[in-house]
Design a protein around this ligand. Sequence first.
Ligand code: PMP
Length: 424
Amino acid sequence: MNAPHAPDPSTAVRGEDGARGTDWARVRADFPLLDRRVHGKPLIYFDSANTGQKPAAVIETVDAFYRRHNANVSRAVHQLGSEATEAYENARRKLARFLNVRADELVLCSGTTFAINLVAYSWALPQLKPGDAILLTRMEHHANIVPWQLVAERTGAAIKVVELKPDGTLDLEMLHALMTPEVRLLALAHVSNVLGTVNPVREICREARRRGIVTLVDGSQAVPHRPVDVKAIGCDFYAFTGHKMCGPTGTGALWARKELLAAMPPFIGGGEMIKEVSFQGTVYNDAPYKFEAGTPNIAGFAGLAAAVDYLETLGMADIEAREQALLAHLTEELSGVEGLRIFGTAPEKAAVVSFLVEGAHAHDLATLLDLEGVAIRSGQHCAHPLLQWLGVAATCRASLAFYNTHEEVERFVAALRKVRKLLG
Ligand code: PMP
């Protein structure tokens, strides 16, 4: 199994792309897919906000699970059953340590979308009533809008929206003004998947808590890119997804305060989430198992545990520093492209750059860039209300990860200049 390439501390050099002087070229070599050619050109993968690439250590762990350990969790006394259960529970413990939370407060699930729906159906639906309000922000992903609309329709609760400042930061004055007594829940992104804005979630959650408002933070774009201490944030629910943090698709988790989990009814019923079933009634298992009906993605969670090991060995602070250096480089290079406009210029920003070039449609640019081997996303990025506010039909989005390189940044901008000429 390939270990990530944190340097020998005795030879470490301080550099802008990671305090310990990590050998990022060797780190990149851990990702087999990044060696690919696309349309005859070396791949430049700038779509990590969509899904992240996987290091060999994760791929090999999933492979080894199916080759050597495959069985169902907790349903068998045989050796393989114990190994599968251990692999799954190991992921829960590792994720809990990684985010500084208790393992028994972590519900494993298929990802952020499931996690938010779980809160919507198990916490909000039984609680909310006409006259209550749910507070969202303009920059939310559809996964943090549509579940609340479904709940609002069924409970009669209202939805209120906090708007943004021109640079893509949250209007905190408006946020505080909207934290009125009828607001029961505030649900917001830790980091925007379109603008890259990093929200001051710790301060926001403190303010909400003072006013008795329950908080849910969507950590999809934060956990893969920066150190996250959920306990320090002080929210009530924190949702994230495994596939953006070097892990397999179909993995993720919801963290929630123990007392909230204990009071919430199950969302999905079935095997594994019960203590006893009879036709007269069912006694549910304790949290978090109460919320984990059915056979989970066991191999996926074995892979996610390996992803956490991988990220921890590199160090999240160094990953953040590396990505910040790449972001600064990309932003500077793009600022030299005539007619290019960047959406989202918050002072604290993750390595996500949404942009448009005058006279060129976003989809045309992305299609021509694909022919140059460049993978970026174009469209509305599951954030229609944000695009409406920006007043554009679509944007291009280049999103980076620590495995990208400065050379790729330069090749990407050269390719962009080239295809732009083709579009006139
Ligand atoms: N929230 C944000 C901010 C996201 O970027 C994404 C993924 N694009 C999601 C939620 C949904 O995550 P998933 O599809 O893994 O459930």
